[in-house]
Write a protein that binds this ligand. Structure first.
Ligand code: 5GP
Ligand code: ZN
Length: 131
């Protein structure tokens, strides 16, 4: 897994809504990230505390607090996130071996960042049920 020091600049965006939001700052490029994918709607970068050989976060450029926020019901936005996750899985070589997509919501799921993000995990057998 690349280290954060290999960070690439993230494309500028005019959609960043919350200057105090860590992931908005990653979208804006003011916080470094190891970016693995970007398009007009989303970016994807390596999780700084990986839980599997591949652990990538896919996030919208637009600030949305989580999958339970009203804006998250936007069909095209969710489709863009899922499309990006599949593209990253192919690029990371785990599309065939398998992977898991996770949206953590709220306290019991351990959500710690309140900017919508989809976890892509793979590269090893993943236990079920999750902890
Ligand atoms: P959550 O627990 O909210 O579902 O996931 C947040 C994820 O963001 C965690 O897996 C955590 O390791 C990751 N994370 C938190 N801060 C940073 C950061 O500054 N850079 C990167 N690359 N990942 C982060
Ligand atoms: Zn944000």
């Amino acid at each position: 897994m690349p280290d954060e020091s290999d960070a690439t600049d993230v494309a500028d965006t005019t959609l960043t809504a919350d200057p105090n939001c860590l992931f908005c700052r990653i979208v804006a490029g003011s916080v470094p990230s190891t970016q693995v994918y970007h398009d007009d709607d989303v970016i994807a970068f390596c999780d700084r505390n990986p839980q599997a050989p591949t652990h990538v976060l896919i996030i919208p450029r637009l600030h949305v607090a989580g999958i339970n926020a009203p804006e998250a019901a936007d069909g095209p936005l969710l489709a863009a996130m899922v499309r990006a996750a599949n593209a990253v899985a192919r690029a990371e070589g785990i599309a065939e071996s398998g992977f898991r997509l996770v949206w953590n919501v709220g306290h019991d799921a351990g959500q710690s960042v309140f900017h919508l993000h989809l976890h892509l995990l793979g590269g090893r057998p993943l236990g079920w049920p999750p902890g």
